[in-house]
Design a protein. Structure first.
Length: 504
């Protein structure tokens, strides 16, 4: 994968993420993918799918992680470049003057050599190094010792050196490239993990904001009821039906409700800021429209199904396995490095000699030479190489243990997530029943108070009980939504749910 292709893929990926949404829900258009300075439109009904689409297109963490993928792609190019040919050119001039013996007419003996050379060096996947070169030399002597003078010599040569033990083999020399490709795979998996985390964070923040807003509505209703009770008690005190104590109790109830309403409003604003932060908003002036509970339904869960999805789709185990493969490549190289260095080499060169440069190229190539050799190098004891190989094997085994531990942790997390969903389902049903009972109790208590059979204190207690029941029901619903989001995060199924396509 070239870097230009990777840049294009990243741009397309950012665009796809920015427009990712569940079927039937269209996200808000993004004015420039990844442009965090552009305003966000969250007017009207705001769904969690819409927020996820905005977050994946603008979130700073997602945008940063894309560069890690590009860096890993460049690492592959760097490793592959080691097997690209290198072209060289050299030129020089050497002049030697010997003033010890003067020639006739005052001339001083000298010699000069002008040379220019072209070369190509390449490293093959087998570990061999191949060199081809052409050299042109012009020599000039005074006095002339050889004829012609000046003379031109051309030499064409090719040589090769191949390791047979240490450093030999395609698997050995491709190990760094394959490790870099695994690094790209790991970077993509880490990017997938980042996307899953952002989706999960948006879901949880969205549901927490939903809870805070609904709790605020409950508190508004509580304040309304407390104020109504205060008005009724004040009127009944004027008629002599109730006492000042009843009015004071009602005022205390209003003050408590007002104080709690202030705290709930603060919590709403904090949750809104947290959601806007995930969406990449930098001004925090965007008004968030209406949000509502999605259909909870009756989600059916299964450990076997969720665990299989988590193993197949979750990035953590895949990263651990790719890391094992990288360590195995390191172990392969380390094992080969425990062998002696045995290299064979050979080369051949042809040369010509003429009065002009053109004749030296097109003329007779009568001279030649060749060479061949074997080189053996054995470090005494090879203790360092063997120790490095043992370390490489230990790294593989350590990572395999880490993989098993990650798998065990995944089992525990999935089991806990399944229990959380099942427990939350029951809690929602129980909390709904408690709210019904609390509403009925409040209505009865209020009716007795209106009939003069109960005190305002008992009405306030029933009102507080109803408020607590409503908040508990909200908490149970949100807990179920959070439990489902947590399970989808472990399964990696939220990508399919929101139709988010990622590179493999």
């Amino acid at each position: 994968m070239s870097r230009h292709f990777a840049h294009a893929s990243a741009a397309l990926l950012c665009l796809l993420l920015a427009t990712a949404a569940h079927a039937g829900d269209t996200p808000a258009p993004i004015p420039g993918t990844g442009d965090t300075a552009a305003p966000i439109d969250l007017a009207g009904d705001v769904s969690v799918q819409r927020c996820i689409g905005l977050a994946l297109g603008r979130n700073f963490t997602v945008r940063t992680q894309q560069f890690n993928v590009l860096e890993s792609v460049d690492s592959v190019d760097i490793q592959q470049a080691a097997f690209e040919p290198i072209f060289g050119f050299t030129a020089g001039r050497q002049v030697t003057v010997t003033p010890t013996t003067e020639l006739a007419l005052g001339e001083i003996p000298y010699s000069s050599f002008d040379s220019a050379a072209l070369s190509v060096n390449d490293t093959l996947m087998t570990g061999a190094t191949l060199t081809a070169a052409y050299q042109l030399v012009r020599s000039d002597y005074n006095p002339a010792y050889f004829f012609p003078d000046p003379a031109f010599g051309s030499t064409v040569s090719i040589s090769v050196a191949q390791p047979l033990l240490k450093g030999a083999g395609i698997d050995y020399n491709r190990a760094a490239i394959e490790s870099a490709k695994l690094g790209v795979h790991i970077s993509n998996l880490n990017f997938k993990s980042t996307v899953l985390t952002i989706v999960y964070d948006v879901e949880t923040t969205y549901y927490n904001l939903l809870y805070q807003r609904e709790q605020y509505k409950v508190q508004l209703d509580t304040l309304r009821q407390a104020q109504q009770l205060l008005d009724e008690n004040t009127a009944k005190r004027q008629t002599g039906i109730l006492t000042d104590l009843d009015v004071m109790n009602a005022r205390a109830g209003v003050a408590t409700a007002q104080n709690q309403l202030i705290l709930d409003e603060q919590a709403v604003h904090n949750s809104e800021d947290q959601l806007l932060q995930l969406l990449g908003d930098r001004e925090f002036k965007t008004a968030i429209g209406n949000i509502a509970f999605p259909d909870l339904g009756n989600p059916e869960v299964s450990f076997a199904r969720s665990y299989k999805l988590a193993r197949d789709n979750g990035p953590d185990l895949a990263v651990a396995q790719a890391t094992i493969d990288q360590f195995k490549l390191q172990a392969l190289k380390a094992k080969r490095d425990t062998m002696p260095a045995l290299n064979v080499s050979g080369g051949v060169a042809y040369n010509s000699y003429a009065a002009t440069a053109g004749q030296s190229v097109t003329g007779s190539w009568g001279g030649y030479n060749w060479n061949a050799g074997v080189n053996l190098s054995v470090p005494w004891g090879m203790r360092a190489n063997r120790a490095q190989y043992r370390q490489a094997v230990d790294n593989v085994r350590t990572q395999e243990i880490a993989y098993d531990q990650a798998d065990q942790n995944l089992v525990v997390k999935v089991r806990a997530a399944i229990r959380a969903v099942e427990t939350s389902k029951e809690s929602v049903q129980t909390a709904a029943e408690e709210t019904k009972f609390a509403e009925k109790a409040y209505e009865l208590q209020k009716a007795e108070f209106d009939a003069g059979l109960a005190t305002s204190y008992l009405v306030l207690q029933a009102q507080n009980t109803l408020e607590t029941a409503r908040v508990s029901e909200l908490q149970a619903k949100v807990s179920l939504l959070l439990a489902i989001a947590d399970l989808r995060f472990l399964e990696g199924s939220s990508l399919q749910l929101y139709r988010i396509n990622l590179p493999e």
